[in-house]
Design a binder for this molecule. Structure first.
Ligand SMILES: Cc1ncc(COP(=O)(O)O)c(C=O)c1O
Length: 414
């Protein structure tokens, strides 16, 4: 296990005056004290249960809520196929624990969610990154990677994908590619780990069926898809509540893994979520959040267009929390970060989203947590820092050309 050097820098980001586009935070300020007080009051009526240990797989009530939430995303979930976790993050860890032996491989998007790489790393797999374009992971390259792994005798255990408004790129996997991934999973006998924290945070375009929904539609059940959901982005990450939906054989193993990890997730927060999702208009809250994020995403995209040098490119998310920017190949976003922080703006360098050191000239920018005016200022500052780097490079090139021609002159003189 190793800690990224950038993580230590991130610790400075609470300094006043810094515009942090680095976090991955939903805006929990939108929830409000009154609504929070009401659900706390409801839970207090059954304080003994809220304060008690609970079943490892989760309370029955919350599983009903999860079935409803999945239905709202177009999936027919069964209560007995639902397993409650301490955030989707624990789902990632438990799936790693159950499926991965040292030297096995995971096929995933390149770049991918750094927290997943971190969770899997403890089980020492090889990470096979599949490049993405605007429509997400490229299935033909996935096939090539699988064929190559097969020839080398490497056991690929699952495909990990974040299909909607991916963290870190904001890119969405096209529907035909979702079908294609299912076919690939069938052909190569793989599980698909579908991690979908952002699916409901769509502020533009048409909703797409999840891979789990497509599997239900085509195969009549959930066989290969292990689906991860979470309340972090539709409610609040502070409750640390997520879930896995999968076939019972897999859930049984996850249950054993979870017993060794934390026995059970918090009854208190399961009951808070139950109270809110049962009685309040949770869909209305999600709409409020997406309206807020749309405004901020627009502010970010507009200011990128206004301020960035033309050599910089970025993604155009239809939902979620992130934009991914690609700088000229010679600009190292990791080594540029201290300079950006000194100028009062922060981002996450792209390198951490790859297992093998790619993505150095990329960065993840978060728009969900900062007000539009600050986003604009942050992008303006960032573009100045990038220009500085680019100019430095031009100066160095000019100097080396000059040096080169001088020494050529010197040679002839001699
Ligand atoms: C793709 C992805 N998966 C999982 C998680 C972890 O979420 P949770 O808060 O449910 O543990 C995150 C958090 O940002 C994420 O972006």
């Amino acid at each position: 296990m190793k800690s990224a050097a950038t993580r230590d820098l991130m610790a400075t980001l609470s300094r006043p005056g810094i515009i942090s586009l680095a976090g991955g935070f939903p805006d929990t300020r939108a929830f409000g004290e009154e609504a929070f007080r009401e659900i706390s009051h409801n839970v207090a009526a059954d304080s003994a249960q809220a304060l008690q240990y609970g079943p490892t797989a989760g309370l029955e009530g919350i599983k009903d809520i999860i079935v409803d939430v999945m239905a709202a995303e177009g999936m027919r979930a069964n209560q007995e196929d639902v397993f409650v976790t301490t955030g989707a993050q624990q789902g990632l860890d438990l799936v790693g624990k159950v499926f991965l032996d040292e030297g096995d491989a995971v096929l995933c998007e390149g770049p991918t969610y750094a927290g997943a790489l971190n969770a899997f790393a403890a089980y020492r797999p090889r990470i096979l990154h599949v490049p993405m374009d605007r429509a997400g992971m490229m299935p033909n390259v996935a096939r090539e990677a699988l064929n190559k792994a097969r020839k080398q005798g490497i056991h690929v255990k699952f495909i990990y994908t974040v299909p909607n408004f991916q963290n870190p790129t904001g890119v969405t996997l096209a529907v035909e590619r979702r079908h294609e991934l299912l076919k690939i999973a069938e052909e190569y006998d793989l599980v698909i780990l579908e991690d979908n924290p952002y699916g409901m945070l769509r502020f533009e375009g048409e909703s797409l069926p999840t891979i789990a929904a497509l599997e239900q539609e085509t195969a009549g059940g959930t066989d290969r898809v292990v689906y991860l959901g979470t309340f972090s982005k539709i409610f609040a990450p502070g409750v640390r509540l997520g879930w896995v939906h999968a076939q019972p054989g897999i859930l049984h193993k996850l249950n054993i893994g979870k017993q060794g990890a934390d026995l059970c997730s918090s009854n208190l927060t399961q009951m808070m979520i139950y109270s809110y999702f049962k009685h309040a208009n949770w869909g209305g809250y999600v709409t409020r959040l997406t309206t807020l994020y749309k405004e901020r995403s627009d502010a970010m995209l507009d200011s990128l267009a206004e301020f960035m040098p033309k050599e910089v490119h970025w993604t155009h998310p239809e939902g979620g929390l992130f934009v991914w920017a690609t700088l000229p190949s010679y600009v190292d976003a990791t080594s540029m970060l201290p300079r950006a922080i000194a100028r009062n703006v922060a981002y996450v360098p792209g390198e951490g989203f790859y297992a093998g050191g790619s993505g150095k000239n990329c960065m993840r920018l978060n728009f969900s947590f900062v007000e539009p005016g600050k986003i604009r200022r942050g992008i303006e500052l960032l573009s100045e820092v990038i220009r500085e780097r680019m100019e430095l490079r031009s100066d160095m090139e000019r100097a080396s050309q000059l040096g080169g021609s001088r020494s050529a002159v010197g040679n002839t003189e001699r």
